[in-house]
Design a protein around this ligand. Structure first.
Ligand SMILES: *[C@@H]1O[C@H](CO)[C@@H](O)[C@H](O)[C@H]1NC(C)=O
Ligand SMILES: *[C@@H]1O[C@H](CO)[C@@H](O)[C@H](O)[C@H]1NC(C)=O
Length: 476
């Protein structure tokens, strides 16, 4: 059967539409390639055979333009959602699909932790989930929380009071609660899980069991049993001068507007303040290496006299910011990462949840790495000062990757939810909502977060002090 002319016309329109789409896609792709970290928001690529089929088309269908446009609209794939900073960075409720599109490289620590167990053919059993028992470690008691999520509700099963202040635990729980309750249908979308987290800087200190599984702020790079969760600084810095993470980001954004030419307008100096009380040898090495240099605004501080203190946001006023580890990781880095400045970081011993994204060389370099004894600080600073354009590009890459993407509050909520799901994928038990007594009666396990965050040890209720009776005791 011969083709009727409307058929022929439709086929030609189809070719034109395809050609336009492919040219558009290719030019978009080649543009994207110059923009750093690959495969973040690439649009769907057309299958190869369609490209081969494209043929030149004569421009004889001008009058049919309207119809072509209609066809184009019909054929366009679903518009690809893209993460837009300024619009989405405070969106705690991105869907799983949006989280994957926006933050494809965020989950490396979780995949690593999971893989470690899978490689050992190991799962998380009910008996793995408990706070430390007496005698299992030396030294001071760590603060710990045993937590359950059930039907999208957050419960604290047990809290152990220990080092350091419990407010860190409350901040983590508040962060989790926000990541859960931002889901419209948390009961369906958040898996039922149970886990334990340790709030100490060095979560495994004093512990005899090398295979102790905990959620922690950071892990030594050679400990594969710990699961890094976003640190409490993502809720708030524990110092009044800094306030909440979100507020700090706003304050820095405002500060940055005072530099009309951005990075170029900042002093060509390296800023750092810190106490020698933690990690003293390492920090003294930094101060020693920088002393007397025209590019140095590096000074130690003593919390007793508080001389030479610098407000956290004021580090951002410099082209270069130095970071040092504290007792273990230091939560200060995520704050320095909000600055449009070049981070100078010594080789790290600890990994926090987003550290796999640090890139020390190549076109996507986003910080400058120096030795732990800072022996190469001077030559590396001199190199940067001699090539300001290279330094500026590193600062720009840092803000693009960290401030404007992977360290946004939206990214952190995605990480929490992925953490719940990844943990669930290696759990082989169902969390129990109740204890069952021998006589057939039952008692709820734990305390809902709403009540827990509201409670005090003693409270002035009904006109007199009452002891809180909501402590959880497992029946013998
Ligand atoms: C993994 O563990 C399961 C249950 O403990 C066992 O049945 C299975 O044989 C193990 N597989 C391997 C490859 O060791
Ligand atoms: C500093 O550290 C580097 C790298 O670890 C090492 O090669 C060098 O010998 C150290 N220098 C001093 C003075 O200790």
């Amino acid at each position: 059967m011969g083709k009727s002319s409307p058929d022929l016309f439709r086929r030609r329109a189809l070719w034109i539409a395809l050609t336009i789409m492919i040219v558009f896609t290719l030019s978009y792709l080649s543009h994207q390639r110059h923009e750093g970290l690959p495969s973040v928001t690439l649009p769907a690529v057309k299958p190869a055979q369609e490209t081969e089929m494209v043929k030149p088309v004569e421009a004889e269908e001008d009058m049919a333009q309207t119809e072509q446009m209609e066809q184009l609209e019909m054929m366009e794939p679903e518009p690809t959602w893209e993460f837009v900073v300024g619009r989405d960075d405070l969106n705690y409720g991105l869907t799983d699909e949006q989280c994957d599109i926006a933050f494809p490289l965020l989950y490396e620590e979780l995949d690593r932790a999971r893989e470690h167990l899978v490689n050992l053919n190991r799962t998380i059993k009910e008996k793995d989930i408990h706070v430390d028992r007496k005698g299992t470690y030396d030294g001071r008691t760590h603060g710990e929380f045993q937590v359950m999520i059930h039907d999208g509700e957050l419960y604290v099963i047990k809290e152990v009071h220990g080092e350091p202040d419990r407010s860190r635990g409350l901040a983590a729980l508040a962060n989790m609660y926000r990541a859960i309750s931002s889901m419209g249908d948390a009961r369906r979308l958040i898996p039922n899980i149970e886990f334990t987290f340790d709030i100490e800087d060095i979560a495994m200190e004093g512990e005899h069991n090398k295979e102790r599984i905990r959620w922690t702020w950071a892990r030594p790079k050679d400990n594969r049993w710990l699961w890094p969760m976003p640190d409490f600084d993502g809720w708030s810095y524990p110092d009044d001068g800094v306030a909440s993470y979100v507020q700090f980001r706003e304050d820095v954004a405002e500060l940055e507007t005072t530099f009309p030419r951005g990075w170029y307008d900042k002093p060509t100096q390296l800023s750092w303040r810190g106490s020698f009380a933690q990690n003293g040898d390492l920090r003294r090495a930094l101060v020693k290496a920088a002393t007397g240099k025209s590019w140095s605004d590096v000074k130690p501080i003593d919390w007793h006299d508080r001389k030479d203190l610098m407000a956290m946001q004021d580090f951002c006023k410099f082209q270069f910011v130095a970071h040092t580890e504290g007792n273990s990781w230091s939560g200060r880095l995520r704050y320095l990462h909000v600055c449009d400045s070049v981070p100078i970081i010594h080789k790290l011993s600890y990994s926090a949840h987003y550290y796999p994204l640090l890139v020390a060389s190549g076109p996507n370099q986003n910080y400058v790495e120096v030795n732990r004894n800072f022996s190469d600080l001077v030559p590396k600073m001199e190199e940067l000062l001699a090539d300001p354009e290279r330094a500026r590009v590193i600062a720009a890459e840092s803000t693009r990757v960290f401030r404007d993407r992977y360290l946004t509050p939206a990214a952190e909520a995605c990480y929490w939810r992925r953490m719940f799901r990844t943990w669930r994928s290696v759990m082989d038990f169902e969390p129990k909502t109740h204890y069952f007594h021998k006589d057939g009666t039952k008692k709820r396990r734990g305390v809902s977060w709403e009540r827990f965050s509201f409670r005090q040890e003693k409270s002035f209720e009904h006109g007199f002090f009452v002891e809180d009776k909501i402590k959880d005791e497992e029946p013998e």
